[in-house]
Design a protein around this ligand. Structure first.
Ligand SMILES: [Cu+2]
Length: 253
């Protein structure tokens, strides 16, 4: 009984320095990716890969399934709940299509317009002549404001790609006008895909292991327990290796 309690405590303490060492990097820096999934039954998927250093954001976007030959507005949205609507969420467009403002509570407002050149502010949110056409890959380095950098590092920034051919006509048309610009059909601005930027596994990995983390803990007793925790972890890995060897041996027999 006593032995197992000690082992549990050692494991718990052994995990502690990992947690303590995590915030050592600059809070906002890191690699953040978003896997965008379809909205409005668009069939569109996209992957956004970003690296944030201070206020400098490198962003790459590769989409599939977008209407070819048509411009697709794309933005980083912040200030909402930091989530995407679901594909089956009903909106105010034709046959319940989801328009941009229908999901504003969820993904927030436009913070960055992912244009191909020139201005990237919300003012360029519908600058159709400066957005990629069809499924063209996108890559740009952008200076973002503090709010946007914080939202990205907090996992609350949402990438949205717009433009859906709802009626399958091969172009943006239809009777319902866009909720953002009534000179455009809703198809030109309705959201096609959405994904939340999240810290990738790489940037979540702590800089050091059990040994480097030991320095942040006071007291030799704790240090001893942490070392024991490390030994137990190593022991666990060793046991797995032994088990694997046994399997191999029996397979050979
Ligand atoms: Cu948008």
């Amino acid at each position: 009984m006593r032995k197992s309690l000690t082992a549990a405590a050692a494991l718990a303490l052994g995990a502690l320095p990992l947690a303590l060492s995590a915030p050592a990097a600059h809070a906002a820096d890191g690699t953040f990716t978003a896997n965008l999934t379809q909205l409005n039954d668009s069939g569109v998927t996209s992957t956004a890969t970003t690296t944030l250093k201070g206020n400098t954001l490198d962003i790459k976007l590769q989409s599939q399934g977008l209407l070819e030959g048509a411009p697709h507005a794309q933005h980083i949205h912040i200030g909402g709940m930091g989530v995407c609507p679901t594909n089956d969420q009903e909106g105010s467009g034709a046959d319940g299509a989801l328009q941009v403002s229908d999901a504003a509570d969820q993904y927030g407002g436009i913070a960055v317009s992912l244009t191909t050149d020139g201005d990237t502010s919300p003012d360029s949110g519908l600058a159709v002549d400066r957005f990629p056409t069809g499924n063209a890959s996108y890559s740009r380095t952008i200076e973002v404001d503090d709010k946007t950098a914080a939202a990205i590092s907090d996992g609350k920034a949402v990438v949205v790609v717009h433009g859906v051919d709802l009626n399958g006509s091969g172009e943006y048309d239809g009777d319902v006008k866009s909720d953002l610009d009534d000179s455009l059909p809703e198809e030109a601005t309705d959201p096609a895909a959405c994904g939340v930027l999240q810290a990738s596994q790489m940037s979540q990995m702590p800089g050091g292991g059990v040994q480097t983390g030991g320095g942040s803990t006071a007291g030799t007793e704790d240090a001893g327990l942490i070392a024991l925790g490390g030994a137990l972890l190593v022991g666990g890995a060793g046991a797995a290796v032994v088990a694997a060897r046994r399997r191999t041996a029996s397979d050979d027999a």
